[in-house]
Design a protein around this ligand. Structure first.
Ligand code: G3I
Length: 540
């Protein structure tokens, strides 16, 4: 771009002719930082500005890290950071109105995490900085534009930094660093068109911690385009106290345990016929049918819910496979026309890897066991929506890659309709961006998205003895964020947002982790928590 054009663009970008937006841009085209917009600080010169790339609109800035390891390595920020100082101060602006915008390209390694730091004072660390992380998720790298509201910084490391320490009127530096959490040893990240955008007209909707909820409102009526689901068990659907709330608030149910293999499959007789117990699963289906609720079936195949006789099965692999086919066919056929959707296989990918978990199904039926099970389910009910369901899909980038490779494989044979993101999360983790970009992976594939088992821990380290007001509000903010993301999924791809239990004291979390937690929307007296209010508000 000629110097004249640069000046012209800059004049426009600085807001001379724009009433609502003001840009401070650096596009590196002049071989460095544009003098009137930002100045560089620190390490920029060491790395240099690269030449024009076909997919970029000009020169761009590239960071190369020749790492020695392939995962879990945090690059020292001082070595690999470029810092930009906006020359124009942000005085008089609010966090809500200012955005950091940039084009990024992962240059060959999905899974690379770019850590962006905002600093409001003279020092570089740590009490006066907030973070925001962007994870590259696409299989093929390419330029993407990201725009982050400054109010969203802070969640990555310490949510209490958010709004507490950063003073917008003092924001002086934006430091962009690369943290390599996974991927090949050599990481390249490219940046272009780094800009601060001021949008005076923006009004950001946020969670109101003092909102009063009318008792006539219900989650299911506020959610216009998707089901609001609840995990239930046979005892609770028969308990009037629970049933009243279920019926009022929810229009979809998932059996927390009653439709798992361990609950249904009781053994095999001498002739090789499978012995089923439908008591619990029928109770739940009957309740849903009687109350006009949707039923999501959970789960046909899960390594963690296998009857003992199957673990010790002495037959051949072929006999094992036939047994699984019979089982899947029997369950899906029994509830054909009643159960709308199934988690066909749950948690097939091992944590921290892109590999299959070495379950009995994998060992006995081979690496295509997942595909076979989806095919059995499809054969038994052509109308049922089939889901792959897993946890950690938002933050475990290796697992995410493995899971979506599996999803792609299933899609190739038209065997899958949706992805279930379990959403057992913490009040401060994963970040909004991680949840958003993981959700986008299913939407891009035109698959249904199910947030299938939402609960939000506040005490994962076990330090809290009671549920504090602070934690109650932090949890509510996270719920607001999650529901907001779900609510913005295009209608064609949204299915259900299911909460994994009604009352805090019903949750699987406390018995599993061994210390108290308060992860749900209702307290132990059936009282609506702030998290409930946040859920409703996010749907408005
Ligand atoms: O019903 C028996 C009871 O008779 C017995 O006295 C008692 C003694 O431990 O156990 C009871 O069964 C327990 C069952 O929950 C019902 O409370 C099982 O031990 C216990 O393992 C089971 O835990 C469930 C867990 O999955 C394993 O199936 C949790 O309730 C359930 O919330 C949890 O849900 C899973 C999802 O299916 C998949 N995603 C992760 C999620 C959390 O782990």
């Amino acid at each position: 771009m000629s110097p004249f054009l640069v000046m012209l663009c800059l004049a426009v970008q600085l807001g001379v002719s724009q009433d609502k937006e003001e840009y401070l841009v650096t596009d590196f085209d002049s071989g460095g930082i544009l003098p009137n917009a930002w100045q560089s600080f620190g390490d920029l010169a060491n790395y240099g500005v690269q030449q024009r790339n076909a997919s970029s609109d000009g020169k761009y800035y590239e960071l190369v890290w020749n790492g020695a390891t392939d995962k879990g390595y945090l690059v020292a920020q001082s070595d690999i950071t470029f810092r930009l100082i906006p020359k124009k101060k942000l005085k008089g602006k609010s966090m809500d109105n200012v955005f950091l915008k940039m084009d990024v390209n992962c240059g060959g390694a999905p899974g690379t995490v770019v850590n962006i730091v905002l600093v409001d004072g003279p020092n570089d660390c740590c009490s006066n900085e907030v973070n925001w992380q962007y994870t590259f998720t696409k299989t093929n790298c390419g330029w993407e534009t990201i725009e982050i509201n400054l109010a969203e910084f802070g969640y990555a490391y310490n949510p209490s930094n958010h709004e507490k320490y950063i003073n917008i009127n003092k924001v002086g530096r934006v430091k962009v660093g690369v943290d390599v959490f996974s991927g090949p040893a050599r990481q390249i990240v490219q940046f272009d068109n780094v800009a601060l955008v001021v949008k005076d007209s923006v009004t950001v909707k946020r969670y109101d911690e003092n909102a009063i909820i009318a008792d006539t409102t219900a989650l299911k009526t506020q959610a216009k385009d998707f089901f609001v689901g609840m995990a239930v068990n046979p005892t609770r659907v028969q308990d009037p106290k629970y049933a009243t709330v279920y019926k009022k608030e929810f229009n979809s149910i998932t059996a927390e345990n009653a439709m798992k293999m361990k609950s249904i499959l009781k053994g095999m007789d001498a002739q090789g016929n499978l012995i089923y117990d439908w008591t619990q699963s029928d109770a739940i289906v009957d309740f849903a049918e009687a109350n006009g609720m949707n039923i999501h079936g959970h789960t046909l195949i899960w390594y963690n819910s296998i009857p003992d006789f199957l673990n010790d099965f002495k037959g051949t692999d072929q006999e094992f496979e036939l047994l699984i086919e019979k089982y899947v066919t029997a369950v899906v056929s029994r509830y054909k026309g009643k159960v709308d959707s199934w988690d066909v296989v749950n948690e097939a990918i091992d944590e921290g890897t892109s590999e299959f978990r070495k379950s009995v199904f994998y060992e006995r039926m081979g690496a295509d066991y997942v595909k076979k099970c989806f095919q059995y389910a499809r054969n038994a009910d052509k109308e049922a929506k089939l889901f792959y369901n897993d946890y950690g899909l938002m933050y475990d980038t290796d697992k995410q890659r493995g899971a979506f490779a599996l999803v792609d494989d299933l899609m190739a044979d038209n065997l899958i309709d949706g992805v279930g993101y379990q959403m057992h999360i913490d009040f401060n983790f994963p970040s909004k961006q991680e949840i958003q970009s993981a959700t986008d992976l299913a939407v891009e594939r035109k698959l249904l998205v199910h947030f299938s088992e939402l609960d939000v821990k506040v005490n994962s380290k076990g330090k809290l003895k009671e549920f504090t007001v602070d934690k109650m509000q932090e949890q509510a903010k996270k719920v607001y964020e999650v529901v907001g993301i779900y609510n913005s999924i295009p209608k064609a791809y949204s299915y259900a947002l299911t909460i994994w239990g009604l009352k805090d004291d019903d949750s699987w979390i406390t018995p599993t982790y061994g210390f108290p937690d308060w992860p749900l929307l209702f307290d132990s007296d059936f009282g609506k928590k702030k998290a409930y209010s946040a859920f409703l508000q996010a749907l408005e």
